[in-house]
Design a protein around this ligand. Structure first.
Ligand code: ZN
Length: 241
C-alpha cells in the first residue's frame, strides 16, 4: 500500500514537472514572443510586387531572425533568376501567392487576359514549388464582381495600407501601420523598397512586444475558423478588422 502511494505520488510529481514544458512546445507557434500578453493576437504582413534581390532576401533574413511568417504575392515576370528566393519563402514557412504575370489591372480586363495573367504566374510557381494553391492578390486590389468566377483560388485584399510605395520613409510607414494595426489585420507592404523592408522589421519588433504573432494569410483565416473559398476576396482574418 505504502509502495503504491509512493509510485502514484511520483507520477503526479512527474506530470507536474513535465506538463508545463510539454504545453509550451506543443501549443505555442514558433514566433511566440518572449513576453506574452494575456490575449493572443494574430496579424498578417503581406508583400507585393517582388521578388527583388537586395530587398526580398534582406526581408527574409529579418523575418527568420524574428520567427515571423508573412505572405508574398509575386509578379510572374520578376521570378526568372530569383528562383532561390521563391524557394526560400516556402522553405521558411511563408505563404507564396500570385500577383499576375505583368502586374495588370484586372478590373476591366478581358477574360482572356485575366486567365493568361494568372495562369502564367501559377505555372512559374508550380515549376519551382510544385503543385499547390497559389492565392491571388489582384494588382491594385481590384477585380470585377463578374470576373471573380474565373479565379479558381481565394483572393486577398488588405485592411491596413500605409501607402509605403508613396511614403518611402521607414518611420512614417511604421507609424501609419502601428496606428491602424489590430488583431486579424492584413497589412499591405511592398518588398521592393528598402524603406519598406526596414519598416516591416520595425513593425514586427514593436508588435511582437505587444503580444502579436505574425502568421500567413491562410493561417490567419484558419485561426478564425475560415476555410478560404475560390473566387472569394478576404480583407482581414475575421472579415471585420
Ligand atoms: Zn502590386
Amino acid at each position: 500500500m505504502k509502495k503504491r502511494e509512493l509510485v502514484l505520488g511520483g507520477l503526479c510529481l512527474l506530470a507536474l514537472v513535465l506538463l508545463p514544458g510539454r504545453r509550451e512546445a506543443a501549443d505555442l507557434p514558433a514566433d511566440a514572443p518572449a513576453e506574452l500578453s494575456a490575449e493572443t493576437n494574430y496579424i498578417a504582413l503581406t508583400f507585393d510586387d517582388g521578388p527583388n534581390r537586395g530587398t526580398t532576401d534582406r526581408l527574409l533574413d529579418g523575418l527568420k531572425e524574428r520567427g515571423a511568417s508573412a505572405t508574398f504575392f509575386l509578379v510572374g515576370e520578376r521570378i526568372s533568376g530569383e528562383e532561390d528566393l521563391v524557394k526560400r519563402m516556402q522553405a521558411e514557412g511563408h505563404q507564396v501567392g500570385n500577383h499576375t504575370w505583368s502586374h495588370v489591372r484586372l478590373r476591366g480586363a478581358s477574360e482572356e487576359t485575366i486567365c493568361r495573367e494568372t495562369r502564367q504566374t501559377e505555372e512559374a510557381l508550380e515549376a519551382i514549388l510544385g503543385p499547390g494553391t497559389y492565392w491571388l492578390r489582384p494588382p491594385y486590389g481590384q477585380i470585377d464582381e463578374k470576373e471573380r468566377k474565373l479565379v479558381t483560388v481565394p483572393m486577398v485584399q488588405w485592411s491596413v495600407d500605409p501607402r509605403d510605395w508613396e511614403l518611402k520613409n521607414k518611420d512614417k510607414v511604421v507609424q501609419a501601420v502601428l496606428e491602424a494595426a489590430k488583431p486579424n489585420a492584413i497589412i499591405l507592404l511592398h518588398d521592393i523598397y528598402p524603406t519598406s523592408v526596414d519598416a516591416a522589421l520595425g513593425i514586427v519588433d514593436t508588435l511582437q512586444k505587444q503580444g502579436y504573432w505574425f502568421v500567413t494569410v491562410e493561417e490567419l483565416l484558419k485561426l478564425n475558423g475560415i476555410e478560404a473559398q475560390p473566387g472569394m476576396i478576404y480583407r482581414s482574418g475575421d472579415q471585420t478588422a
